[in-house]
Write a protein that binds this ligand. Structure first.
Ligand SMILES: [Zn+2]
Length: 281
């Protein structure tokens, strides 16, 4: 089984500043894999409240160099490396995050990058196999031009994550063949802005990809005020595809290619009490 917990479902400046929705990213968990994707502000606290042990993380994946996606990265690298004492884990991120691009980034210091056992620069078409998950970088069209989306292929199914992007035809090919499509939908109906998906864009992408389930996340303030569930039900009516507006703490579970969402965090993830390392200074 693969599970993916939404540690946060907010995005964009004002939803992040106000924490109208949390911004902790997503946490992927299988029998062998522990991967934290896009740890924005409050990610560490969200792990704590969901009962997930950050010292067990083996992969930290960051899609682009905006603070709603990377703000807690360095402290989580310190957790992943057991207080900087063990060379451990993989950082997989866009070049803006690891090296900087123009006047953006880097988001992770050279010191923190050097703590991990490995660092991989993700750009479209780069793909790696880790802990029985194939992690591939996909194209995005965002204000960070080095940003990426992600595809996770596990024996239990394929999850495609748009990352922050505007809608372009090339995305239809990038996300084809997934079981679950997770879309960063920042803006509601009739409120399109550059570099992001709005509700109409999400419906167009989903109806072309035809996943078993579409999940909306990364809600901006305007969308939160309109009600994420109403945007999801509009998309579901348009596409005929089951569409869920994620909520903070929502677990997506998938077994044999069949996705489901649950009301609460799975018990098996509540391993916070099993800290196996000495984290004292
Ligand atoms: Zn964002």
């Amino acid at each position: 089984m693969i599970s993916l917990i939404f540690l946060g479902t907010g995005g964009g400046r004002f939803a992040t500043i106000s924490q109208a929705r949390a911004t902790g990213g997503m946490y992927v968990h299988t029998e062998s894999a522990r991967m934290h994707i896009d740890p924005g502000p409050g990610a560490l606290m969200r792990l704590r409240s969901c009962g997930i042990d950050p010292t067990k993380t083996r992969v930290l994946a960051i899609t682009h160099c905006h603070p709603d996606h990377y703000a807690d990265a360095e402290i989580l690298i310190e957790a992943m490396t057991h207080g900087c004492k063990r060379k451990r884990g993989l950082i997989a991120a866009s070049s803006s995050v690891l090296r900087g691009y123009g006047d953006i980034g880097p988001a992770v210091s050279k010191y923190h990058s050097s703590l991990a056992a490995d660092c991989v620069l993700l750009e479209p078409a780069v793909s790696l196999e880790i802990d029985h998950i194939r992690l591939s970088a996909l194209k995005t069209f965002h204000s960070d031009p080095t940003g990426i989306g992600l595809r996770l292929e596990s024996p239990d199914g394929v999850i495609s994550i748009t990352g922050d992007t505007s809608l372009k035809e090339e995305l239809y090919e990038e996300h084809r063949g997934c079981d679950v499509l997770i879309m960063s939908v920042t803006r509601p109906l009739k409120a399109r802005i550059p570099y992001h998906l709005c509700t109409e864009d999400a419906a167009m992408l989903a109806s072309s990809i035809k996943p078993k389930m579409s999940i909306l996340t990364h809600f901006g303030m305007r969308l939160i005020k309109k009600g994420p569930a109403s945007q999801a039900s509009w998309i579901e009516k348009q596409t005929g595809i089951r569409t869920v507006a994620a909520w903070d703490g929502m677990p997506l579970l998938m077994r044999n290619g069949a996705p489901s969402v649950q009301k609460s965090v799975s018990r098996q993830l509540q391993d916070a009490k099993s800290l196996s390392v000495d984290l004292e200074e």
